[in-house]
Design a protein around this ligand. Structure first.
Ligand SMILES: N[C@@H](CCC(=O)N[C@@H](CS)C(=O)NCC(=O)O)C(=O)O
Length: 279
């Protein structure tokens, strides 16, 4: 069923006037658009982010590490306003050449270590602090399999389903159908896996749960994209049970608020530089 009679020209041209709320930041080229240094605070880890699902994975991880007593996991969380193009500043691009949040600098290493891609940041911190990552090879393989599953699957949810169901300037049946089919299949994969497991990899909560909760948990229990009814979120009972349990963790509650600039004002915290900022 065609939504329009569009036929692509021989060579694609960038429509700088493009429609939709992402048009102002979407570009077909990479690199910095302006000079801007990044601020650096007093803690070992400098996080440049925003409380989107990819962003909260990392702030939840930091709060979990701090909650288990890893004092060296202290961090400064600086706000990157992606709708205003902060991700194209020269300082940000030097930490993440891909211009996406989250990006992190570990300034406690001999020379600062940059890490970008939320999955890579979770893995870096898990290895550094020996936490939320199984050590036995087979258990670690299961954890990395689910972590990579999440990293590969979520773009269908955010960039595909979320974009066309919620953000696109018009509702088009073809992409909404295609991506709804795919994310319902993904939810079914998770639901079946969680039927006889408390967490994604078994009895222990790890970085795969943190990453996956931020996307699929948010979708089914927090009505992300206002799609709860459309996708019959409640029917994925095991995913709902698992996400509800994770969301009840105090560190998850704290991490969700860091770099948050939307929603109820009392839950917002644009920047975090001290544990007491969240108290
Ligand atoms: N695969 C990346 C995706 C990061 C990503 O897409 N970040 C979005 C926000 S959730 C962003 O920064 N968008 C800004 C832009 O596209 O210019 C990760 O997991 O870190």
């Amino acid at each position: 069923m065609a939504d329009s009679a569009y036929s692509p020209p021989k060579v694609w041209k960038w429509d700088t006037e493009g429609a939709g709320q992402w048009a102002s930041i979407n570009r077909p080229i990479s690199g910095a658009t302006h000079e801007k240094e990044l601020p650096v605070g007093k803690h070992p880890h400098q996080l440049y982010s925003l409380a989107t699902p990819n962003g909260v994975k990392v702030t939840i991880m930091f709060e979990e590490l701090l909650a288990m007593g890893k004092k060296d996991a202290e961090y400064d969380a600086w706000l990157i306003r992606i709708m205003e193009g902060d991700q194209f500043g020269s300082g940000f691009v030097s930490v993440n050449p891909n211009s996406k949040i989250p990006a992190m600098l570990d300034v406690s290493t001999a020379t600062p270590t940059r890490v970008f891609e939320s999955g890579a940041i979770l893995f870096y911190l898990a290895e550094k602090f020996d936490a939320f990552l199984p050590t036995k090879p087979s258990a670690r393989a299961e954890c990395m399999s689910w972590l990579f599953w999440q990293m590969g699957s979520a773009p269908y949810l955010g960039g595909g389903f979320g974009h066309f169901y919620k953000y696109a300037p018009e509702k088009f049946e073809y992409p909404i159908d295609r991506f709804t089919m795919e994310i319902k299949r993904q939810l079914d994969v998770l639901d079946k896996n969680l039927a006889d497991r408390q967490f994604l990899c078994g009895d222990d909560y790890n970085i795969a749960d943190i990453a996956t909760y931020a996307w699929y948990g948010n979708l089914v229990i927090n009505n992300q994209y206002e799609a709860e009814e459309f996708i019959e979120a409640a029917s994925y009972k095991n995913v709902v049970r698992w996400a509800t349990e994770i969301q009840a963790r105090p560190a998850v509650q704290r991490g969700r608020r860091v770099n948050k600039v939307m929603g109820p004002e009392e839950l917002q915290l644009p920047e975090r530089h001290d544990a007491s900022d969240l108290d």
